[in-house]
Design a protein around this ligand. Structure first.
Ligand code: NAD
Ligand code: DAU
Length: 339
């Protein structure tokens, strides 16, 4: 079995590669990644020289390059993590989100049609369902919840999902889609809530909480997401969507206070800043389908997952220290100064 994992130098893609190489040592894994600001080759150093791993620096929008790789490797499966993934950046400038997340997905699926494939898996997000009100804890996103996006990011992801379903119906492409809630864990880029707050705490910098910090996200440890995708690509039905989430809803402010407590930093570092435009209030996944059909359940409790994550960032300061000392400084200035 040869699997192309796109976006494998990013947060979830790299964790997926590590998981798959342990779980299926007989598979060949090819990581296709453009190495944007969010991709980091050093993340993959533990697998880089394994005989059943290959890294290819390539843009998923580069049709010729993608076709050439398919001709060479004849993959059985493609798991597409490659994307522009940060909502705030999509609000600043949507264009690259449309290019990578929509056009790139279509190029990958065209290659799958041309060369044949057992499975094309699209890694999607709960954000395609829009948001839920805070005062209706009974409401959850199911696979039947209508698409109702809020940001350019989620709209681009929803467009890719629609295209994937269209390729299945029109061309019979064996496609599956998973829609997961917020992930946390090792190797997450420090622009995202949890690593940003850990990094700022460790530098005694203000902790910028958007609005009142009451927005709710449904947090899942990244390895549980990887296990779910492994199940979907092997046992899930083609032409279907699987929601992935761990019934672990938390307000942003609760998370930030927990990080302060764990790192023994004062809550006075918390600074309430101007809210994100169009900020989704609450995400909450109903994972009944993947549980009933594929037997998936999250295994990592939040209390353990966040401990492991904080420890990882403490033990791997050079990984994120290097990132935040470079181009990221300019981004941080632009997004957070005078906010
Ligand atoms: P990330 O930003 O950490 O990584 C994205 C990776 O894709 C990077 O390595 C980057 O270099 C690569 N990439 C970007 N554009 C590319 C292109 N044109 N060609 C090839 N490679 C390209 O993202 P992440 O948080 O790991 O998310 C991975 C996927 O999972 C995304 O599709 C995202 O929408 C989805 N997702 C993320 C979460 C989450 O909580 N992070 C939750 C649900 C779904
Ligand atoms: O739900 C899945 C999605 O989760 C994925 O599709 C996205 O790729 C991923 O980035 C994530 O999106 P969010 O917007 O929920 O994640 P983020 O870490 O950017 O923000 C989490 C919450 O924290 C959100 O309500 C905004 C808030 N926030 C974020 C940052 C970066 C702050 O209050 N302050 C911050 O500095």
């Amino acid at each position: 079995m040869t699997i192309i994992v796109t976006g494998g130098a990013g947060f979830i893609g790299s964790n997926f590669i590590f998981y798959m190489m342990e779980a299926h040592p007989e598979y060949k894994i090819i990581c296709l990644d453009k190495l944007t600001y969010a991709g980091n080759l050093s993340t993959l150093k533990s697998v880089m020289f394994k005989p059943n791993f290959r890294f290819v620096k390539l843009d998923i929008c580069d049709r010729e390059g993608v076709y050439h790789l398919f001709e060479e490797e004849k993959p059985d499966m493609v798991v597409n993590f490659a994307a522009e993934s940060h909502v705030d950046r999509s609000i600043e400038d949507p264009s690259i989100f449309l290019q990578t997340n929509i056009i790139g997905t279509s190029v990958l699926m065209d290659a799958c049609r041309k060369y044949g494939i057992v499975r094309y898996h699209q890694v999607s997000t709960d954000e395609v369902y829009g948001d839920l009100p805070l005062d209706r804890p009974d409401l959850l996103f199911t696979e039947e919840t209508p698409i109702r996006t809020s940001s350019p990011y989620s709209s681009s992801k929803a467009s890719a999902d629609l295209l994937a379903m269209a390729y299945h119906r029109t061309y019979g492409l064996p496609v599956s889609i998973s829609r997961c809630s917020n992930n946390y864990g090792p190797y997450q880029f420090p622009e995202k809530l949890i690593p940003l707050m850990i990094a700022n705490c460790l530098s005694n910098k203000p902790l910028p909480v958007y609005g009142k910090g009451l927005n709710v996200r449904d947090w899942l440890y990244v390895e549980d997401h990887c296990k779910a995708i492994d199940l979907v690509i092997h046992k899930g039905n083609v032409g279907e969507v699987y929601n992935i989430g761990g019934h672990n809803e938390m307000q942003n402010i609760e998370i930030v206070k927990l990080i302060c407590k764990d790192l023994d930093k004062p809550e006075s570092l918390i600074t309430y800043v101007t809210d994100r435009k169009g900020h989704d209030m609450r995400y909450a996944i109903d994972p009944t389908k993947i549980h009933n059909e594929l037997g998936w359940l999250p295994e990592t409790k939040f209390a353990d997952g966040i401990e492991k994550t904080i420890k990882w960032y403490l033990d791997n300061r050079s990984w994120w220290g290097e990132i935040i000392s470079g181009e990221y400084q300019k981004y941080y200035e632009k997004m957070y100064s005078n906010r």
